[in-house]
Structure formats: structure tokens, C-alpha cells
Design a protein around this ligand. Sequence first.
Ligand code: DHB
Ligand code: FE
Length: 284
Amino acid sequence: MARITASVYTSHVPAIGAAIDLGKTQEDYWKPLFAGYDFSKQWMKDNKPDVIFLVYNDHATAFSLDLIPTFAIGTAAEYQPADEGWGPRPVPKVIGHPELASHIAQSVIQQDFDLTIVNKMEVDHGLTVPLSLMCGQPEAWPCPVIPFAVNVVQYPVPSGQRCYNLGKAIRKAVESFDEDLNVHIWGTGGMSHQLQGARAGLINREWDNAWLDKLINDPEAAAATPHIDYVREAGSEGIELVMWLIARGAMADVAGGPAPKLAHRFYHVPASNTAVGHVILENS
Ligand code: DHB
Ligand code: FE
């Protein structure tokens, strides 16, 4: 049986990827941010998964405004890093896990969540920056990755509650896969940020940290956060946080198991226009 043993939560910001790729991580501006991930890079080595189920959002890169799936699961054998305007990032290609991904698609669709099946796509900073933050600059990513893209760019976007419930269905799907696999689930994006309009540059440290407390200790309350609260309190792009609830909904305590262990928590302001949050939870 495959098992979800841990969940990882982290922001993504294109400038973080550029700082890594251009060798700027030890510059004064970036050093405190990357220091927050030193623990995490070691933790990845000590707790190497067989597969990462990586919940992220595409930023009109693979999916243009022509076609906007709410939830899309990558079933391909591999994914190339996308060119977002400055050429593709110099990072390894992402190796998929078509067998587990197809199984999850079958199971989750039968649990009444409509997923779009993606057999070919490129992955943007939403997926590659979290991998870089957690794994550094390896020749190859440490394991196969199943990309799971959520629409948080073009309205209407899914509610936090629906994302949380979807996480529960993903957990059941993983646990009904025959092979013994150690699976990590990642929720990425957020925390507070707004990239455009009158409130561009908005950061809300207090709200972010209160939401992190709920995510860790009272996920039902985090899941009940109304859509308007994200936008009002965490800015228009703060809505990316609903993706963290998919990972949280897949943890054991949500299905009646023991509370997860908090392995790491980090918060840093700012990285570009974004408040960076990062949490690692382990199932016991
Ligand atoms: C920034 C943050 C994002 O989440 C994103 O997708 C693009 C840019 C930023 O802070 O610059
Ligand atoms: Fe983003």
C-alpha cells in the first residue's frame, strides 16, 4: 500500500528561482530567506520520498485563458520546465509517475471530484521553485513528481473547503494503490501578496501567521476561511493559499489518525512582493 508520510507547504516566487539560478542566494537580501530552507534540504535527504504529489498553480503558462481546468492532474512520463520569458530555468526535467497518477485520477474522479487529465504540459515557477527550495540544485530531482495544477488565477476559483475535501479523497486514492510507496504531498503558493492594482505590495504578517496556526492545529477552521477573507486580508494572490489545504486534507489526523508532528515552520517577509511561509508536517 502507498502511504502519505508527510506534507510540505511553501511559497513560490519567480525571483527566488532566479536568485538560485544566478548564484545570488548568499546576497544580503536573499540570505535570510534561504536560511529558512537549510533544515528542509537536509530533511528531504533524511526523509526521501518515493513520489512527490505536488499541488501548485500554473500562471497562464501551460493553460492559457483559452482553457482553464479547475483541477488538473499530470499523468505524463515527464515534464520540461517552461519558458516564462527569460528562457526555461536551468533545472532538471521533472519525471512523472504515470501509474500512480492514473490510479489517483481514477479513484478521485470516482469520489466525485472532476479532474482534467494532462498527458503533455510544461511546468512553470509554481512547480519548479518549490522543488529548488527543498532540493537545491541537483543533477536530477530526487524522485518522480506528480504535478497537480489548481486554478487560482482566473475566477471562479475553488473554495478552501473544496480543496480540503479533495485532499481527503487524494489520501484515500493513494492508500488504495497496491505498491509500497512513500508519498509526500506538497501544497504551494501564497502567502499574502498582491501583484497589481491599488493594493499592490500588500503583505499581512499577522493574518498569515494566524492562518498558519490554524493550518497546523485546526485545519477545519483553516478550510472554513471564506474566499473573500483571502482576497481582503492576504491580497488578490493570497488566494493561492487554498492549495495548501489540499495537502493538509490528505494528512492522517483528518481521517481520524494522530495529530501530525510539526517538523519545521518558517516565515519571511519579503521575497519580491510576497510573504514566504513554509511548514513541514510529518504523519506519525
Ligand atoms: C510573485 C509572486 C507570485 O506568486 C507569482 O506567481 C509571481 C510573482 C512576486 O512576488 O514577485
Ligand atoms: Fe504565484
